[in-house]
Structures are given as C-alpha cells and as structure tokens.
Design a binder for this molecule. Structure first.
Ligand code: FAD
Length: 383
C-alpha cells in the first residue's frame, strides 16, 4: 500500500496549489483526482484578480486575456433595456483555467509529487495515527488504498472530506445533505466563439428574473464566457435563453449570434458554488478542508479561485506545523486563519446576500437601489 504524509483529494485550483506548496516543503504528497483530465471540462467563468500572480513563486500559465474594467448593468424587468450602472477598475485575467491548473500540477510532479487520476476517494478509516483511504477507479469496482497521516479535502462544494469531518467513517453512505456547505449558487454557462467588442471589460448584469444572482459576459481573446448564476437549480437553461434574448434586444449581443443558444455544438456547462460562508468545522484531527470544500467562495460574486489558492497556502503552513510537532490537532487552527484572513470579506458578502434574498422580488421598480447595496462595485456594499 502506498504511504504518504498528505493525501490531497481533488485536483482543482485548491488541491493543485496545496500539492505544489507541500511538495516544495519536501513532504510526501499524493494528489488524487476522480476525473480523467485535470480541471476539464472547465466549469467556471475564469475571472481572477490580477494579484493572483503573487500567490506563486513562478510565472503562472493560462492567462487568456487581461481585463481592467468591471461594467455593471441593471434592468428592472426583461422588458426594460439594460443600462450601464457603473464602471469600476477591477484588474484581472480571464484564464484558460485548465491550462493554469495543469501547469501547477506539472510543477508539482516535477518536484516528485505523485498524481493519481480517475481515482475517487470513497471511504476512509482511521487506524493508529493513520488514515487508510479507499480510492475507486472510475467506471469500475477496482479499489486502491493509500495510507496517510493527513487528508486534505480540496474536493469542491460537495466535499467527501467535509462529510468525513461531519459524520466520520460513514461518510461514504451519507447523502449530500450532510455536506458541510449548506447553500449554493447554481450556474450555467456557454462559451461561444464570439469576438468580444470590448476585450478589456468584464460585464455583469442584474435583472430580477436571474434570482438573487446575475448574468455575465467575460471576454476571452476569441470567445466569451456567457452565463448566469442564481439561487435555484430550476429553469436554469430557460433563464439563460431569456438572458441571451434580452442582451440581443439591448444591442449588447450580435443578433446573428443569438441562436448560439440553440446550437447543439456549443457546449453548455453547469456547476455550483458554495454561498453559505466558511464551514463550521474546516478541520479535525488529521483532516483539513480548503477551497470550496471549506466554503471559501464569495457568497455574492461566487468567485472562489483566489480564495481556494490562498487557503491552500494557509493550510500548507498549518499542515507543516502539525507534522513538525507530531500533533494533528493543530490542524484545527486553520479555522482562526480562515476567519482572520478571509472572514471579513466572506462575512460581509454573506450579509449582503441575506439582504438580496430578503428583498428580491420578481418585479421591482426599486431594483437598482438593491443592487447598489449588494454588489461589490458600489460604495454602499463596502459600508
Ligand atoms: C459556472 C461557475 C463559474 C464560476 N466562475 C468563477 C470565476 O469567474 N472566478 C472565480 O474565482 N470563481 C468562479 N467560480 C467558483 C470557482 O469555480 C471555485 O471557487 C473553484 O473552482 C474552487 O476550487 P476548488 O479547487 O476548491 O474546487 P473545484 O474546482 O470544485 O475542484 C474540486 C476537484 O475535486 C475533485 N473531486 C471531488 N470529489 C472527489 C473525490 N471524492 N475524490 C477525488 N476527487 C474529487 C473534482 O473532480 C474537482 O476536480 C465559478 C463557479 C461556477 C460553478
């Protein structure tokens, strides 16, 4: 049986970064990812703030486009035209996220780190200071086992590791209701090959029919990420269709391209982002959560890549300290680190999200006022 210091479950931005940070500290790390291809298909609008580059000691890969300005649009109903409500400096990148994450993973492998693909963590048992983790090979009933001191859960919004912390060894049998994240933003996105007319602007659109959420157009060099995120999974696709037609009717999308919504060749992806804030218990003895698994997405914007990587950096320090002192209870200190470093922005967003949820109605003449109070581009948000 393979043995390691840390088994990182999940090869998204959080897990890839943690594996890299730990391998740099010469720990024996195994990174297990259930999918065949790391971070593919991409389920993300791929915007990251420009300061993400400061989280790595190498030049990051996968920058597709550089943006400078966030434009916020608003309409009180689908009959009303979207009006430009604010232009805000928001420097960042639109990534080819799969390239970005795969590059981190290859840097990790160059340091001697071990990567296991098509391996889903399905069960774990604690035995004399170690966890024995069962990994099931995709599309089969074949299992392999890893013996590890620490399990780092970078396994996304419906984290298996989160369930291990919540309910212990019966996690495999536990339904998603036991997930430590309790609320989600439900998103759908298309990536049509449309040349963006203002490649330096990323745009968001608020309108009551996208409930407690927003639509976006994020420009890549030869395509756009066009999607919506809302508080319910129902009618996602039809709401995206309404949004596309609304954009066309406002002259914000070329009418010749409106039919891309019906074009079967254009892939549609769906996904969820946790919006319930930092989970109650992001660690217990030998177990630690990072990224979406720890509920570190911003509850208003749904953005989580920066926080996922930042949490990986914080967790790498805590893991190192715990192993150095031979005391895995130290991992519980990550809760304070998350609260101190990420808590203020996540908790503010949680408050604004509650305001949105309380006041959101299907038709609202005073809608722009609510957006002003609950969206990051406005001073009222930061008060
Ligand atoms: C449509 C959409 C658009 C978004 N747009 C943005 C954006 O523009 N900017 C931004 O910052 N954030 C955005 N987000 C949020 C962002 O995608 C997440 O915050 C980010 O991916 C979190 O990274 P992570 O590594 O924690 O989790 P994930 O990216 O979810 O990675 C988890 C990984 O774990 C693997 N896994 C899960 N369970 C197991 C298991 N049992 N065993 C092995 N592997 C497992 C999964 O296959 C996955 O690869 C968006 C989210 C959605 C849904």
């Amino acid at each position: 049986m393979q043995k390691c210091d840390v088994l990182v479950i999940g090869g998204g931005p959080a897990g890839a970064s943690l594996a890299y940070y730990l391998a740099k500290k010469n720990l024996r790390v195994v990174l297990a990812e259930k999918k065949k291809y790391i971070d593919r298909p991409v389920r993300c609008a791929e915007f990251v703030p420009a300061n993400i580059t400061g989280l790595f000691d190498f030049k990051i890969s996968g920058i597709n486009n550089q943006v400078r300005i966030l434009e916020t649009y608003c309409a009180s109903s689908k009959k009303e035209k979207f009006r430009l409500f604010a232009q805000t400096a928001a420097p960042g990148f639109i990534l080819d996220r799969d390239i970005f994450v795969n590059d981190i993973v290859s840097k990790y492998e160059n340091l001697g780190g071990k990567l296991l693909k098509c391996k889903k963590a399905v069960a774990a048992k604690h035995d004399s200071g170690y966890f024995i983790v069962a990994l099931r090979k995709s599309f089969s009933q074949n299992y392999s086992y890893i013996k590890t001191r620490i399990i780092a859960g970078a396994d996304g919004p419906l984290s298996f590791t989160g369930k291990l912390i919540s309910v212990g060894e019966n996690a495999g049998a536990c339904s998603t209701a036991c997930s430590t994240n309790t609320a989600f933003m439900y998103a759908i996105q298309q990536n049509p090959a449309i040349l963006p007319n203002q490649p330096y602007c990323h745009r968001v659109f608020f309108v009551p029919y996208i409930r407690c959420g927003y639509g976006w157009i994020f420009p890549k060099t030869e395509s756009i990420n066009l999607g919506i995120g809302q508080d319910s999974a129902s009618e996602l696709k039809s709401t995206l269709g309404i949004f596309v037609n609304h954009l066309v009717s406002c002259g914000l999308l070329n009418p010749n391209l409106a039919d891309f919504n019906k074009n079967k060749k254009i892939k549609v992806i769906t996904g969820i982002a946790p919006v319930s804030g930092i989970v109650e218990k992001p660690a217990s003895e030998g177990l630690i959560l990072i990224g979406d698994a720890a509920g570190l997405c911003n509850p208003v914007t749904g953005a989580g890549i920066f926080n996922a990587i930042y949490s990986a950096r914080l967790a790498s320090e805590t893991i190192l300290k715990a192993l150095k002192h031979g005391d895995l209870k130290i991992l519980a200190e990550i809760k304070q680190a998350y609260e101190k470093e990420l808590g203020p922005s996540i908790n503010r967003a949680l408050e604004r999200k509650a305001l949105m949820t309380k006041n959101w109605k299907d038709y609202m003449p005073a809608f722009p006022g609510l957006v002003r109070q609950s969206w990051v581009a406005f001073k009222d948000y930061w008060k």
